[in-house]
Design a protein around this ligand. Structure first.
Ligand code: GTP
Length: 370
């Protein structure tokens, strides 16, 4: 069985974290998300993964190689320019010979793909769309079905009074390759606004597969911290690398910490982390490889990627730091703030309210404070 993973998007909503790292490669619990998706496919019987890449394509090639590390074949297929979700699959249509999984590269889910495949076959479906319920249907594209779960209509962000279902497209599909005859080659074409409406017009059977499996789109900034926290508290199946202690502290290598450090799990530590006297780390928190944390610094419910240098008396709470940032003493970063890569933040700053710093930002001492 083959699977296509769509990973060519720009990930604009998650900027600036996606300025240097494509969205499907951003780490969750210190592991590039795409590795988790590929391992999940391998466990579900997929033998060949075709990665439809465009933005920052070379990073996928470098990380995944030919896939042998994951026990399957990975084929990285580049698009010269973004072709959209359905256009990207059209571009590699020649590699598809039978029923195929197609996955958005930014959906974290533990959906049972084999059960979905059995449903697809039993209904004689040409395209089956995994569906997930949401609390506020007015913010999403909804999928309306009849009693047999055959799709009748797509509703884009309806007004409250027009809402007839709370089921949305979860970005996981099972397709018969023949449906791509409706997709124009070499043109930007999407599933939701392009191919699916055409299939309803032509009468090709399109079915919805609702499920209550865990599902989240990692590409929404407010979701990124939450996803890491869900993984650490075990709300979704996502194996975390490293040795784990009874108080849910994962060590992925050498961590050099002063005896006075206070730890409250769940916490994931990458290798080569150094933590100074009197510091406290409160979970759910992820500390990436090579981070240095100064004396009396407090970190809570945050995600730090690699090689961040945090000085003494800093507070990090509910925030994300990308790679190689330097945070000077007495600064407070909280409230969903995102500091991307190679930023230098001076002393005595207070960064809050979802503030976002693009790569390479320099901020002097006491530049933002209140
Ligand atoms: P936003 O810009 O934040 O909306 O993110 P995105 O660019 O990733 O778009 P979106 O979340 O709608 O994309 C869903 C999935 O399809 C993601 O995994 C994208 O990487 C992928 N994708 C979107 N557009 C393209 C494309 O033109 N080519 C390929 N190969 N993949 C795409």
């Amino acid at each position: 069985m083959k699977a296509v993973i769509l990973v060519g998007g720009l990930g604009t909503r998650l900027r600036p974290l996606t300025c240097n790292t494509p969205k499907p490669m951003i780490p969750i619990a210190n592991r590039p998300f795409i590795e988790h998706v590929i391992l999940r496919l391998q466990r579900q019987g997929v033998t060949d993964v075709i990665l439809a890449v465009q933005y920052l394509a070379e990073q996928f090639e470098a990380l995944l190689g030919d896939g042998s590390r994951f026990g399957l074949h990975v084929h990285v297929m580049r698009e010269a320019e973004p072709l959209g979700t359905a256009g990207a699959v059209k571009n590699i249509e020649h590699m598809l010979d039978s029923t195929t999984f197609v996955l958005n590269g930014d959906a974290l889910t533990d959906l049972d793909l084999q059960a979905m495949l059995a449903f697809h076959r039993e209904r004689g479906s040409k395209t089956t769309i995994a569906l997930t319920p949401v609390d506020d249907p007015t913010q999403f594209g909804l999928v309306e079905m009849d009693r047999d779960q055959r799709v009748q209509r797509f509703l884009e962000k309806p007004r409250l009074e027009d809402v007839t279902t709370n089921m949305i497209n979860a970005g996981t599909y099972i397709v018969e390759p023949e449906v791509f005859r409706y997709v124009p080659p070499g043109q930007h074409f999407m599933f939701e606004r392009g191919l699916f409406p055409v299939l309803l017009q032509t009468g090709d059977p399109v079915f919805g597969y609702p499920s209550r499996a865990y599902w989240t789109d990692i590409g929404r900034p407010q979701n990124y911290l939450e996803v890491n926290q869900d993984v650490l508290i075990g709300k979704v199946q996502y194996p975390i690398a490293g040795d784990v202690t009874s108080n849910r502290i994962w060590m992925q290598g050498q961590v050099d910490m002063h005896a006075s450090v206070q730890l409250v799990g769940p916490i994931v530590f990458g290798p080569d982390v150094v933590i100074g006297r009197g510091a406290s780390i409160i979970g759910p928190t992820v500390i990436g490889a090579g981070c240095h944390i100064g004396d009396n610094t407090a970190i809570e419910s945050s995600v730090l990627w690699e090689n961040n240098q945090i000085a003494e008396e800093v507070t990090l709470r509910n925030c994300v730091l990308g790679n190689q940032n330097t945070i000077a003493a007495h600064t407070v970063i909280s409230g969903g703030a995102i500091i991307s890569d190679q930023c230098q933040i001076g002393e005595h700053n207070r960064l809050d309210c979802g503030i976002r710093f693009w790569p390479g930002t320099r901020l002097g001492d006491k530049a933002i404070s209140f």
